[in-house]
Design a protein around this ligand. Structure first.
Ligand SMILES: *Cc1c(COP(=O)(O)O)cnc(C)c1O
Length: 370
């Protein structure tokens, strides 16, 4: 028997608009006036590493910024040959592969530098590396005061080419005063080390940095979040286009009597006969459970409806009593997207947008639109 089994559509899926992502990239390019490193760590912020890398590989990007060698490898295996930059410190067992594949690390210590130099020497090559300087993030990089001495020591490592100087902003979306001083500090470090020509690539800005500050000493910017359609500085949001829409469907509609609890813990109890739509998405898909009881809404048939009680692992209940147009089984539901900003969902849930995006689980099918 060659029976063809029917295949049902997914319960929850994420629509990803790659054309919108490219428009956001153009906004980053214009606002920064710099060459770009597209930050695609954590599976392109949950948008799908391979598909995003392929889409952006034709967009004149100098580097893809990734978190680790596993992500770097996935980009190569997808057939994309754009240069790869490892955003954080690498540890010793990652370094042989980095050297073998000519990925670009940023270096925070002389120990790392010495190992990279030895590996490059053994491979008979010169490895391009960037130095990281800590101007306030406290996560990696050389302490700025040590850099002149460090540069002298690095000059004795012939198999390393110091191609760039990077630093990172801890609070560009929270503390303007501090961030301005950080830009000044970075400029001062560059002059102390011999001026802009000392480094082919000079980079400090994430999305908030490039949108909100004058980064003239830099010639490379590292946007992440804004490529995915969200500005960390609310004043710039209207320049960006929504990339991801998290969607699901109504699986059931019922009317519950007054005095009936809804969901775990019975934190919500109906006060009137209530038409409840059950939607096929929950925190097991990455929709944030902490939005429960915090005024979360969803979008069905062109308007918003409130979430009732706690978001469960696979299902979320919504009050559709006041729908003008009957909500029915099978109706499409937008959990966030163009009609319901993901920033609003994150804020109500008490998390950051970066967390919402990277928390969307593998169960959610990513559907791409060019
Ligand atoms: C994640 C990251 C970025 C991108 O930050 P966004 O705020 O998402 O734009 C830039 N630089 C470094 C070093 C990072 O780790």
């Amino acid at each position: 028997m060659n029976e063809v089994l029917p295949i049902s559509p997914p319960r929850a899926w994420a629509e990803i608009d790659l054309a919108a992502m490219k428009r956001n990239l153009a906004v980053a390019r214009k606002a920064s006036g710099c060459a770009l490193m597209a930050v695609v760590k954590a599976g392109a912020y949950g948008h799908g590493l391979e598909d995003v890398a392929k889409a952006l590989s034709t967009e004149d990007i100098v580097f893809f910024g990734v978190a680790n060698v596993g992500e770097a490898r996935r980009i190569r295996e997808a057939g994309v040959d754009t240069r790869i930059y490892l955003l954080g410190a690498t540890w010793s067992e990652e370094r042989p592969e980095i050297v073998a594949r000519d990925w670009t690390p940023c270096i925070s210590s002389l120990t790392e530098a010495a190992q990279f130099d030895a590996l490059a020497a053994a491979a008979g090559k010169v490895l391009k590396v960037h130095l990281a300087v800590d101007t306030g993030m406290g996560r990696g990089g050389f302490v700025a005061d040590h850099l002149p001495e460090v540069m002298r020591e690095l000059a004795a490592l012939p198999n390393l080419e110091i191609e760039g100087l990077g630093s990172h902003l801890p609070s560009a979306d929270e503390d303007e005063e501090f961030t301005r001083r950080q830009f000044d500090h970075y400029r001062a470090v560059i002059s102390e080390l011999g001026g802009p020509d000392t480094f082919k690539w000079r980079h400090l800005s994430n999305s908030a940095g490039l949108l909100g500050y004058d980064g003239t000493v830099c010639n490379l910017a590292r946007p992440g979040l804004m490529l995915y359609g969200v500005s960390p500085l609310p004043g710039h949001q209207e320049k960006l286009s929504t990339v991801m829409s998290l969607k699901s469907r109504v699986t059931l509609v019922r009317t519950l009597p007054a005095g009936h609890g809804v969901s775990y813990g019975r934190q919500f109890v109906t006060t009137r006969p209530t038409k409840v739509a059950t939607v096929g998405v929950g925190y097991g898909d990455g929709y944030p459970r902490h939005i429960s009881g915090k005024g979360g809404e969803v979008w069905i048939r062109g308007r918003r409806f409130p979430i009732l009680g706690r978001v469960t692992m696979d299902q979320t209940m919504v009050d559709v009593t006041d729908a003008d147009d009957d909500v029915r089984e099978g109706d499409e539901v937008e959990m966030f997207g163009p009609n319901l900003p993901v920033a609003e969902v994150a804020e109500k849930a008490g998390v950051i947008v970066w967390e919402v995006f990277t928390g969307i689980t593998p169960r959610v099918k990513r559907c791409y639109k060019e």
